[in-house]
Design a protein around this ligand. Structure first.
Ligand code: FE2
Length: 147
């Protein structure tokens, strides 16, 4: 992955976080089931963290003189995370959807970290390491909730 491709991958990651931020709200509002309150509140903790991830990743590109994708139209054009319909979602399904999206983001962050290391982009590599650590923890939470 060259420098240009690294920027492109970071923008794809930003787009996925942007779409994921709304998708987590969708699930937060539309989840149904006996564990509604726990799942509803857990999803809120995730989208709050996504807001910080979105900001710090976009600012990383700005700091390096690159242009981060910064519109909903732009996010939807390149995101690989798929949006949901506006409808009720069973709690187990909501957790499975969230787990799959966090695994996708973890894999993307791993890919970016590897490329950033190859280009001595320490700030990008460090940022991705922080994110990867958090995805690992949330993936453990989700797998435990689904067990
Ligand atoms: Fe809320």
């Amino acid at each position: 992955m060259n420098q240009q491709e690294l920027t492109k991958e970071l923008n794809s990651y930003i787009a996925n976080i942007g779409v994921g931020y709304i998708k987590l709200h969708n699930l937060h509002w539309n989840v149904v089931g006996s564990q509604f309150k726990a799942v509803h509140e857990y999803l809120e903790s995730l989208y709050d963290a996504f807001a910080d991830v979105l900001d710090e990743t976009a600012e990383l590109l700005k700091i390096n003189g690159e242009q981060p994708v910064a519109s909903l139209k732009g996010y939807l054009a390149i995101a690989t995370i798929k949006e949901l319909d506006d409808a009720a979602v069973d709690q187990k399904k909501a957790l499975e959807i969230t787990l799959a999206d966090l695994e996708l983001l973890r894999d993307q962050a791993l890919k970016i970290r590897k490329a950033a290391n190859e280009h001595d982009c320490f700030s990008a590599a460090n940022l991705m390491e922080d994110h990867i650590e958090n995805y690992a923890k949330q993936i453990w939470f989700l797998r435990s909730m689904l067990a």
